[in-house]
Design a protein around this ligand. Structure first.
Ligand SMILES: C[S@@+](CC[C@H](N)C(=O)[O-])C[C@H]1O[C@@H](n2cnc3c(N)ncnc32)[C@H](O)[C@@H]1O
Length: 252
């Protein structure tokens, strides 16, 4: 028996990995993060699968359910939204499994930051503008380590993908303007890949108002950075004059 942490992807069931879909189709016991997982993903589970929404239970109760799976010798699928390694709280579950001597496996998923970039139709690592992506959040009830304060991260002018933060967009925009400039482009994607997906674009100066008008208060990704600028920069990889292991460049 083992526990399998599975990435459910951002919402659209077609964005499940083939491995996740094959597994879900034969799952007998599934604990899923109901607040963020599209019910259409759960349609892959067999009718007789035991399904428990983790939004309604504590960590201790989740561990009790793992123990039940262990006693019944049934694998337990623990379905998390997006990719389980990002704000999925799997670390604490893994430690509990180690104490119980239960094996586990992780099947990755498409994260919401990737689905949001796809929805906006941008490259987050635009040559010469940004070659670094920072996945972060603002502090809420979960404090941020001091060295990872948004002011410090902003000094790198990397592309920022902010999870769990849209309710603080006004404060964030003001804070980031000091480093990125008020005209820096921002995209906010609500429920990327869901049928009711919304995309709002603006600048650090305008975005808070536009997002408020669109009534987006949760389940949204904030993407900030120069990579969203509509500027022509070219990669070295596909530069005709650039030689690399797979292609000899033609001198110009
Ligand atoms: C607890 S975190 C889970 C992140 C998830 N593990 C992932 O990789 O996307 C929840 C936050 O992820 C973001 N999120 C999750 N699903 C989203 C979606 N479909 N569209 C936009 N943002 C989403 C939101 O910022 C939300 O507040």
């Amino acid at each position: 028996m083992k526990v399998i942490f599975v990435g459910a992807g951002p919402g659209d069931p077609d964005l499940l990995t083939v491995k996740a879909q094959n597994l879900l189709r034969k799952t007998k016991f599934c604990i899923y993060a109901g607040s963020l997982i599209n019910p259409a993903v759960l349609d892959n589970l067999p009718e007789d699968c035991r399904k428990i929404d983790s939004a309604r239970i504590s960590l201790d109760e989740t561990i009790e359910l793992f123990k039940e799976g262990q006693q019944a010798e049934i694998d337990v699928v623990r379905l998390h939204s997006g990719d389980p390694s990002i704000y999925g709280a799997i670390g604490e579950q893994i430690r509990a499994l180690a104490d119980l001597g239960i094996d586990y496996e992780v099947i990755p998923g498409v994260s919401s930051f990737q689905a949001s970039a796809a929805a906006v139709g941008v490259e987050l690592t635009a040559p010469e503008l940004s070659q670094t992506i920072i996945l972060t959040r603002t502090k809420g009830r979960t404090p941020m380590p001091e060295a990872q304060d948004l002011d410090k991260l902003a000094q790198t002018r990397s592309t920022l993908c902010l999870f769990l933060s849209v309710h603080k967009l006004e404060e964030i925009s003001q804070q980031l303007s000091k480093y990125y400039g008020e005209d820096c482009p921002v995209a906010v994607v609500y429920r990327a890949s869901w049928p009711d997906q919304k995309i709002v674009r603006g600048t650090l100066a305008s975005i808070a108002q536009t997002v408020k008008a669109a009534q987006i208060k949760k389940t949204a990704m904030i993407i900030v950075g120069d990579a969203l600028r509509d500027e022509e920069t070219l990669s070295k990889l596909y530069d005709a004059s650039f030689s690399h292991g797979y292609r000899k460049g033609t001198p110009i």
